[in-house]
Structure formats: C-alpha cells, structure tokens
Unconditional design. Structure first.
Length: 416
C-alpha cells in the first residue's frame, strides 16, 4: 500500500507550517525577509509518483516599509542593497540598521556586527573605492584654524562728502602707547581667529576722501594696524569706484593684511589674511553690509554625529564645524536569493549569490540611506494566515489518505 506518498505530504506540509510559523514569529524583526517553501514531486522511473518533498525555502527580498524612529543611528535602506558588516571576524550582510556607538567609536547592532565603509585621508576627505573596512568614529578634538580669508560685500553711501559728517574714534597704535585718531563715515567688523583659536575682533573704518575715492583703516581688538614702512601711520586701503558705482581699485577686489604676533596676537603665529571686497558698490543709499564671511574657527569638541543619505558619517563639533568621519558602504548581489541565512538577521555570500558589488549609497543600483528610520519586516500577516489555513487543509487531506489506505489494507486482510 502507498503510505509513503501521504507520509511525504505530511512531512512537506509540516515543513511549510514551520516556514510560516517562522515568518509570523519574525513579523516584528527589523529588516527580516519572509520565506516560502517550494515543493517538488518525486518519481522513480514509474508512472505513479512517490509523493512530494520541499525542494527549497526561498526568501522574498522585496523591501519592507520604512518606519520613522527619529533616532539618528537608526538607518533604513531606501532601495536595493545590504549593509556590509563584520561579525566575529566574518563579513555578513544585513538590512537591519539599528545601530549604537561603542565607547571606542564603532557603529554596531545589538548582535555585535559592526558597520563597514570607507575612511578618510589625512586631508579629511572620504576615500571611496577599494575594500571597505570597519568604520571607527574618532572622538579627537578639532584643532583651531587661523583665519586666512575674509569676504565682505557692502555699499558705501555716495552722498557722503569728503571731510564732512565724519565720526571719529581714538585707538591705540601698535606700540600700545601711541594714540591714533581715525575719522570714518562707515564701519563694519568681523571676528577672526588666530592660530590658537582666540577670537579677534577686527573693525574696518571707511572714510570718503574724494569723489568716488575711499580709504579704509583696520584695527584689531582696538589696536590700529600700522604701516611697517611708516610706523606712525595706519595701513591705508584705498578704494576707487567708477561713475556707475562699481569697484575698480583694487582691481582684484582684495587687500592683503598681516597682523604680527607682537603686538597684535600675543603667543599666536602671525596672521596673514586676504580681505576680499569684490562686488562692493558706491550708490546713493545708506551704507550697509550685505554679506560677511570668514574661514577660521576655534577648537571644538565632538558633540554628535549624523548620517547623510549618501552614507557619509558627519561629525559635529562644539565650534559649529562639521567633518566627515567616513562613508557607509552598501553591497548588492546579482542573485540575492542565493544568499545563505546566518542568523542574527544576517546573510553570507555563496556561489549561488555571486560576488558582492560594493559601492556608496545612491550609486548604481544601490539605494540611499535614510537616517532616523528602520525597515520593517516584509511579512504580510494576512497572507501568512491564509497560507497557514491552506497548509493545514493539505495536512488534513494527506492524513485522510493514510486513513483510507489503512481501511483498504484492513479489507484485504479480512479476505481470509
């Protein structure tokens, strides 16, 4: 009697129920991919088959929904790709982006798998290419950077008359004892940083000296910048505008200023900066500054990190500066269904999956990274419950086959 067919059906249905139960158990697992049992019939050179078997359990790698968490270290992949991670010395792949930072600066998940990516060079630039390595976020303090470039755009009131309606201020000379009287029609100021990160207040005084002619005098922390060629006279920055109010002198719109350590900066290095006033004008409107920028900053401590959509890990410092710490890498496979499940919501590459294709998020076929979100399981609970009912009916039907075969066998025995 053919009990083997029905028994194989029972075993296959039981395996299918195991797969369905595993899907339902992982319906809340971040980044989990549901599986489905695939069956094959069994023949052995006969017209009547020997039943069925589970040929494989195929995983569905379609994307789950991205759910907002507002936690910066929760990462979701919007599109294709896997996080490339190192766990116990082995490279694994995962869609679970629930990360925390260890005390030594590694980004890892709850299972201890550490995120991998591209580091930065000595100039602080991300080096994309080559083999990704485990990312480590250094917590070093950012050193101060002296100001070397200042750009300012302003308008000087053409209605001002030379020698009239001026303001006056008395400032210290470079020897600390000389008093210098500075006349001006307009002034603006900016903060510059010396090599030690000390903020220095620099004020520029503008005086109209003739038709379309202006002269600017600079002072740092109340001390006038004096001319090396004539220590008794301030450094004069002469400006000329044409009849249309456009700046013509200096031709490149720049002045080179040098503040020596003694007497202006104390223990810091000399400060040589370029003062760029390109685009400044002289029109019949009130004098005003429309833009002012400089490139220096004081030292700063690391206060946090953020992750951009292209995977760049950005360090934020207390001096309001930011610097990249690296870039998270993603990996894709030509046949992701060939990956081998390794537990802890990770997979490993196999011959069936093919070689990994590694790159930066958002390039090629790789998706982007969304910070503050996680990818939920792609298990469709309604579908799983319906499949469970169908599988249960298949199990019952196979058991009915065994019952019928038993009755037939009993009838044959009773023939005697």
């Amino acid at each position: 009697m053919g009990f083997s067919q029905a028994l194989s059906g029972l075993n296959a249905a039981a395996d299918s129920l195991d797969v369905l139960g595993n899907n339902i158990a992982n319906s809340q697992t971040v980044g989990y991919k549901s599986g489905s049992a695939q069956f094959a019939d069994v023949f052995a050179n006969s017209q009547i088959g020997l039943g069925t078997k589970v040929s494989t359990v195929l995983q569905d790698f379609s994307g789950g929904n991205l759910e907002s968490t507002n936690r910066p270290l929760d990462l979701g992949i919007s599109g294709d790709g896997f996080f490339r991670m190192e766990q116990n010395g082995q490279v694994v792949y995962s869609r679970n982006g629930q990360l925390t930072m260890t005390p030594d600066g590694y980004l890892q998940n709850a299972q201890g798998a550490r995120i991998m990516g591209y580091g930065v060079n000595a100039a602080g630039e991300v080096q994309v290419g080559g083999q990704p390595e485990v990312l480590q976020i250094e917590a070093d303090e950012m050193p101060a950077s002296a100001t070397t470039q200042v750009s300012s755009t302003f308008n000087l009131d053409s209605r001002m008359a030379a020698g009239e309606d001026r303001n006056s201020v008395t400032l210290a000379g470079s020897d600390g004892s000389t008093k210098v009287d500075v006349d001006y029609h307009y002034s603006n100021n900016f903060t510059a940083y010396d090599s030690l990160g000390n903020p220095r207040n620099v004020t520029v005084y503008y005086e109209k000296t003739g038709d379309n002619q202006w002269t600017a005098t600079t002072a740092m922390d109340g001390m006038v910048l004096m001319d090396d060629a004539d220590p008794a006279a301030p450094v004069a920055m002469d400006m000329t505008f044409n009849e249309n109010g456009q700046l013509t002198v200096p031709a490149n719109g720049q002045f080179d200023l040098t503040f020596t350590a003694n007497p202006y900066l104390g223990g810091a290095n000399d400060m040589a900066l370029t003062f760029d006033i390109s685009g400044s004008t002289q029109f019949g409107n009130s004098s005003s500054t429309t833009s002012l920028n400089q490139n220096g900053y004081t030292s700063g401590a690391l206060v946090g990190i953020s992750i951009e959509s292209d995977g760049t890990v950005v360090r934020s410092y207390s001096n309001e500066q930011t610097r990249p710490a690296g870039q998270i890498a993603l990996a894709s496979f030509r046949n992701p269904e060939g990956l081998s499940a390794a537990g802890d919501n990770t997979w490993t590459a196999t011959d069936a999956s093919g070689q990994e294709l590694v790159g930066a998020p958002g390039t090629g076929l790789l998706g982007g990274i969304q910070s503050g979100a996680i990818e939920t399981s792609n298990v469709d609970m309604a579908k799983e419950l319906v499949s469970m009912i169908v599988t249960q009916r298949a199990y019952q039907a196979n058991s009915q086959t065994i019952k019928t075969q038993d009755e037939v066998l009993q009838t044959a025995i009773n023939l005697r």
